[in-house]
Ligand binder design. Structure first.
Ligand SMILES: Nc1ncnc2c1ncn2[C@@H]1O[C@H](COP(=O)(O)OP(=O)(O)OP(=O)(O)O)[C@@H](O)[C@H]1O
Length: 238
């Protein structure tokens, strides 16, 4: 399968402090790729570099064959890349409905946005029951669904997720990651998932990338990584 997102020898950091050291990885179109690694491995820095919050100091990032260098964060969504940030980014003063509509605001085709909204309520049933509830009244799992729904309202081709399991019970994490898999199966969405919850991430992903101290130490089918006891012990702590 061809790569929708391709990083070639990407280096990045904060001021003079290098964090990523020549990271190369491919995210195949229509796949779920999980980037896993210990605290401080550079996972969030990697996402921030992909979406243009941090400028790479070396290497290239290509999306659908086009160089992303110089693309502003706000233009990423127009290019087809949506991010669900860590901490979820739901606007808690707004209702579920308002949050979702916000995600589709930039679309000119109002009918398409309306159809997508209806689709989100089919997909995330708990949200359909709470359309008028403000964000702050939602459970952690409902907020994560809302953040996902809002990102999907932009109609992305590539969805980037930063730690979707954060603060969620294992059962809720499994439910949300299962939804992600269903979406991939139904729509061919491509997903790059950053996770500290290694087991859950590798269980849902097709491919896995292990980051350690800002370098890729393994890049393989997720099931192979999950089955590699030595690698798990050395880099992933279980
Ligand atoms: N704004 C910043 N300024 C300077 N250094 C930073 C900044 N953010 C992160 N770092 C450093 O970059 C390194 C990688 O951090 P990063 O947050 O990317 O790792 P991570 O794998 O996402 O870990 P975690 O899961 O704990 O967030 C760490 O050493 C961290 O201290």
């Amino acid at each position: 399968m061809s790569a929708l997102l391709s990083l070639d020898s990407v280096s990045a950091g904060y001021g003079p402090v290098p964090v990523l050291h020549g990271v190369s990885l491919d995210v195949a179109a229509g796949s779920i790729t999980a980037v896993v690694g210990a605290n401080g491995a550079g996972k969030t820095t990697l996402l921030r570099t992909i979406i243009g919050q941090l400028r790479p100091t070396g290497g290239s990032i290509r999306f659908d064959g086009m160089d992303l260098a110089g693309t502003k964060v706000e233009d990423m969504v127009r290019r087809g890349i949506s991010l669900v940030p860590e901490g979820r980014g739901v606007i808690t003063e707004l209702t579920v409905d308002e949050n979702l509509r916000l995600g589709g605001l930039w679309r000119r085709d109002r009918a398409a946005a309306q159809a997508l909204l209806a689709r989100m309520y089919e997909l995330f049933e708990p949200l359909a029951r709470r359309r008028k509830a403000p964000g702050h009244q939602l459970s952690g799992g409902e907020r994560q669904m809302l953040a996902l729904g809002r990102a999907l309202m932009a109609g992305p081709r590539l969805l980037l997720l930063d730690e979707p399991s954060l603060g969620l019970a294992p059962r809720v994490t499994a439910q949300i990651l299962g939804m992600l898999r269903g979406l991939r199966d139904d729509t061919g969405l491509t997903v790059l998932l950053i996770e500290q919850n290694v087991r859950s991430a590798l269980a849902v992903a097709d491919d896995g990338v292990v980051l350690s101290l800002g370098s890729v130490v393994a890049s393989r089918p997720a099931a192979d990584l999950a089955a590699d006891t030595d690698l798990r012990h050395t880099y992933l702590g279980f």
